[in-house]
Design a protein around this ligand. Structure first.
Ligand SMILES: CC(C)(COP(=O)(O)OP(=O)(O)OC[C@H]1O[C@@H](n2cnc3c(N)ncnc32)[C@H](O)[C@@H]1OP(=O)(O)O)[C@@H](O)C(=O)NCCC(=O)NCCS
Length: 162
């Protein structure tokens, strides 16, 4: 059921619960072999943990709203009204909000994307009511381009050009 909960992407919380369950299962399986002094028996569990970590990172990067248990700052391809765009996206643990981390991150991603990678433009996508996210984009000189829907949610698209 764990992999199904992850792959169906029903909710981030359910997916995180599945990851946690699989993580502890594999950890206990590996440690049990170490405890009985047969560490080679822990190899499948270690491989499983490596695959689980890879899955967590790739699944999380693909989500609209990433897991709150990790800090993420990425560029990603995203289809907006049928057009392939490159979006900057980030998320931080709630306890770290309000300290300027997102503003610093948005500025750094924008500089890397436009100056170093020489992309013609980048977009930022925010839920209409996400004032903090919108403010962060505006502070990095993103200009409001349009309102649209994305996966059924009302969002606004901001753009920064080279
Ligand atoms: C949105 C998010 C990234 C902001 O992170 P943060 O580190 O708290 O942001 P910062 O501290 O750099 O800046 C927040 C800005 O928004 C302002 N702000 C906060 N709440 C606001 C609101 N409700 N309306 C308008 N502005 C608001 C802050 O005053 C600050 O602006 P200022 O520097 O001019 O004072 C964070 O809330 C988060 O991780 N949310 C979940 C994921 C997400 O929404 N990601 C963004 C879409 S990719």
């Amino acid at each position: 059921m764990g992999p199904a909960a992850i792959l169906l992407r029903l909710s981030v919380a359910l997916s995180d619960l599945a990851y946690a369950g699989i993580f502890y299962h594999l950890l206990l399986a590996g440690l049990a072999h170490v405890a009985i002094r047969k560490p080679s028996g822990a190899l499948p569990a270690m491989v499983g943990l490596a695959l689980l970590a890879t899955s967590f990172v790739t699944q999380n990067a693909a989500r609209e709203v990433p897991s709150p248990y990790v800090h993420v700052a990425i560029f990603r391809h995203i289809l907006v009204d049928g057009t392939d765009e490159i979006e900057i996206a980030y998320t931080f643990k709630r306890s770290l909000w309000g300290q300027g981390l997102a503003s610093e991150t948005a500025a750094a991603l924008t500089s890397i994307g436009l100056s170093q990678l020489e992309l013609p433009s980048l977009i930022g996508l925010a839920f209409v009511g996400n004032g903090a996210s919108r403010r962060v984009l505006e502070k990095s000189n993103y200009v409001l381009e349009k309102s649209t829907t994305h996966h059924g949610e009302d969002v606004v698209i901001y753009r920064a050009r080279r």
